[in-house]
Design a protein around this ligand. Sequence first.
Ligand SMILES: NC(=O)c1ccc[n+]([C@@H]2O[C@H](COP(=O)([O-])OP(=O)(O)OC[C@H]3O[C@@H](n4cnc5c(N)ncnc54)[C@H](OP(=O)(O)O)[C@@H]3O)[C@@H](O)[C@H]2O)c1
Length: 349
Amino acid sequence: MTVLWKHIARRWYSGGSDTALARKWIYAKTFKGEPSHSNFRLETEPIPATLQKGEFLAQAEYLSVDPYMRPYMLAYPEGSLMIGGQIARVTKSENEQFPVGASIFGQFGWRTHTVCNPAREEKDKPYVLPDFGQLPTSLGLGVLGMPGNTAYFGLQELCQPKPGETVVVSGAAGAVGSVVGQIAKILGCRVVGIAGTDAKCEWLLKDLGFDGAINYKRKNVYAELKSAAPKGVDCYFDNVGGDITETVLKQMNLYGRIAVCGTISNYNSNISKVTDPQRQFVFKQLRMEGFVVWRWNDRWMEGIEANLRWIREGRLAYQETITEGFDNMPDALIDMLRGGNTGKAVVKV
Ligand SMILES: NC(=O)c1ccc[n+]([C@@H]2O[C@H](COP(=O)([O-])OP(=O)(O)OC[C@H]3O[C@@H](n4cnc5c(N)ncnc54)[C@H](OP(=O)(O)O)[C@@H]3O)[C@@H](O)[C@H]2O)c1
């Protein structure tokens, strides 16, 4: 397990006020193309001094930056709070299920302090983290949280890989992809990852035990995949869409299964013109299914506990790319969308 720290120097000055203030990042301007600083605005608001029955106050410790923020925010008006999950510590509580000191996951958005009454949340209920032991709580945003569960359920439920089959995963060195490939290895598959740098490919091969790794920015993916997956591809876990996916589809085997997890190659609106894939689907009798991980909400802890067990058994490794400072949330998001992260991109407040 490795942590890559990104130090970005920018500090916040409170202005000397006595009122405790929460800081929050606002979606100031609708995304067009690649996000930039002009899309975001930092604001403050007072933290309520007293809590009502059922409420607790949570102080953010780690915040997540995720690819979905880029397309999902398009549905929000300018001036909205940036959406996102965080690991927070309960610092005051009028809710015995969320006692002071508890480490929790909450979908509170890009903010440092949150007053929450879970009973009032229809969806995205916060939860107390299971006991991670000596492992950092930040993993609750990655391998032991939403991305880990995306890999756990998406791969097993939709691709249904069998021992000896070949699994290809794109976005392979990221939060989801790195877990997908390792679970596929645990299940006895041959695994080929596609990622954007030589260093990422080295990590997949040397540390994660992938059988093949292709740097899509430097190599011909079609030719490299032919040699890395000589018996063809049985399962494809698709994190990126676009040209890479078109190329992998051409090498699918009869009755191949494709889990469509994400299409990050077009999140910044750079839509590629891929040729019509239907022919592959007919002749190879392929099955392709998209999913959103919340489909398995009722089995959430099963995924976290399985991944935790594999980490403890030394079968599942992880990496985090940590940006320091709440002020640097936009930089962390921009950096992740550009491929600056290996493993899970998080921000330490
Ligand atoms: N369906 C669901 O419920 C669900 C849940 C979580 C995530 N997702 C999706 O899963 C995918 C991975 O998410 P994640 O959280 O694990 O992110 P991630 O892989 O940790 O980070 C994003 C990575 O995408 C790669 N990337 C950026 N632009 C690309 C392009 N044009 N072509 C190919 N790769 C590109 C970059 O790596 P490289 O250096 O390799 O380019 C970057 O590091 C995303 O599409 C996300 O939306 C879906």
